[in-house]
Design a protein. Structure first.
Lengths: 76, 411
């Protein structure tokens, strides 16, 4: 599984949304209406899964799934 | 004449049904819905019986994405709110949502969610805590979730006053409607006390029945052998609006919130004052506020704590207020069939009373077997009784003597 697929899987599992609802180049807010507490949950879940330290200032509601892939790939 | 506040929608999540029609059909049978607690192993608790809500997942309309962020008490409140809105036939697309408020009552908060997270915090450290904890556990969380879910932006409040919480919430909601601050108010309460920690706290109050061997016989208000009430979980919500507005939009008005009496014993943090004077005062104030005479009251839905002193004081207070007309008034404690929902109990009593008015049927106080010479009166023992009810009082008492009495009329 590529990093992109793995990140999208993690977003879907953590936030309880489907892959169809997410769009790679659309922000999480615009695609699934993510809220600030969901971002905290996502940051913690992604950090644990990929073994990296993420901040809520890096992954925000305005981040797209591709942005998140980029952030994680730099930290790995 | 002063404008009345009408109840135009009803929603219920209770141990005896998750729809108002089911609840009424079940309660009419006069049987108990109290059982041994099954959610977790509660066998070591002094009282480990309760009225529990079953099949909420089957009745829910909420997506999993929301359910995992909220406690059970918010979940039940959201389901009851949906029913109340649908029942009121209100078209949410056609109203000004800045003029819709939510007034809820709760006593304990959302411990099912909180306990799990606190355990994770001690096991995993601070990062083990869900970010939803902050908005899931506190008493006003359901009010917030309802307003967010429907986009209601009107004046809203949550009241914490033990067993009187939803009674006060209904009154505040009615006042806001009457004052013209909101066009519509969803009012009621919710409680989810069947969790390991909440049940422990409730047990330390010393007011719960320990008759675990016979759950269905345990809650026996006014009986000589009473030993406390039984806990229950659930939520009740009613839609409130001005009578004129309800008429204008041809909404069915189930009943009208006519008045309230409230007082505090100001005596002890847990116990009631022994002189029952402040409860009498609250009852008299409710009658006065409604503009009734004492003789007008047809039915009283009782608080029924089922402790030796609690029941005695309640009956004495009523006898003091009504004097010679005491025996003419129908009285009962239908909650003996399912338990006390604490912060949601007053609204549950209101809904039951509305159905009693509609069907001219007084639901019974079940498990009444042995007469208590110090607490003697007709509590409609064990069997429902036909009686025309137009005006009713609902008595609620919170710990330490938070006395709230609602006055409700049918026509």
């Amino acid at each position: 599984m590529s990093l992109k697929e793995e990140v999208i899987d993690q977003i879907c599992n953590t936030l309880d949304v489907t892959k169809d609802e997410l769009q790679e180049e659309i922000s999480l807010y615009d695609s699934i209406g993510v809220d600030s507490t969901e971002i905290v949950e996502l940051v913690v879940a992604l950090g644990k899964h990929f073994g990296v330290k993420l901040e809520t200032t890096e992954v925000t509601k305005n981040s797209t799934p591709l942005d998140i892939v980029g952030i994680i790939s730099k930290k790995k | 004449m002063e404008e009345r506040v009408a109840v135009t929608g009803i929603g219920i999540v209770s141990p005896c049904g998750l729809k108002k029609e089911t609840m009424w059909a079940n309660l009419k049978k006069g049987k108990s819905f109290v059982d041994e607690i099954t959610r977790f192993d509660a066998s070591l608790y002094g009282s480990h019986i309760a009225g529990q809500v079953h099949d909420l997942d089957y009745y829910t309309h909420l997506p999993g994405r929301l359910i995992k962020k909220i406690d059970l008490f918010s979940h039940m409140a959201l389901v009851a709110s949906k029913q109340a809105i649908e029942d009121s036939k209100l078209d949410l697309e056609k109203i000004d949502k800045t003029r819709v408020g939510v007034f809820m009552g709760n006593a304990l908060g959302g411990w099912l969610f909180a306990e799990t997270e606190l355990r994770d915090m001690y096991l995993e450290g601070r990062e083990g805590i869900s970010p939803y904890m902050a908005s899931a556990w506190f008493a006003a969380a359901p009010q917030g979730q309802i307003t967010i879910f429907y986009g209601f932006k009107g004046y809203s409040k949550t009241v914490v006053a033990d067993k009187a919480s939803s009674g006060l919430a209904i009154w505040y909601g009615a006042k806001v409607v009457k004052a013209g601050k909101n066009d519509y108010v969803l009012a009621g309460g919710m409680e989810a006390p069947i969790t390991p920690y909440a049940l422990l706290c409730a047990n330390t109050s010393g007011t719960l029945s320990k008759n675990n061997a016979s759950p269905k016989k345990a809650y026996k208000p006014y009986d000589l052998n009473r030993d406390g009430f039984v806990l229950a979980e659930g939520a009740g919500v009613v839609m409130l609006e001005k009578e004129s507005q309800a008429k204008q939009r041809q909404a069915l008005a189930y009943a009208f919130i006519k008045g309230i009496g409230f007082s505090s014993d100001g005596y002890h943090h847990m116990r009631y004052s022994n002189d029952y004077g402040m409860l009498s005062y609250a009852i008299e104030e409710a009658i006065k506020d409604a503009g009734w005479n004492k003789e007008d009251v047809d039915y009283i839905c009782l608080d029924a704590e089922a402790t030796v002193m609690g029941d005695y004081l309640e009956v004495q207070a009523l006898k003091k207020v009504f004097g010679s007309s005491f025996n003419n008034i129908a009285m009962s404690a239908p909650k003996s069939m399912f338990g006390s929902m604490l912060g949601a109990q007053s609204v549950m009593d209101l809904i039951i009373t509305i159905f009693s008015m509609k069907n001219n049927l007084v639901l019974p106080t079940i498990n009444y077997e042995v007469r208590d010479p110090y607490c003697e009166f007709n509590c409609t023992p064990n069997k429902a009784m036909e009686r025309e009810i137009n005006k009713a009082l609902i008595v609620s008492r919170g710990r330490g003597g938070i006395n709230v009495v609602l006055a409700v009329e049918k026509e």
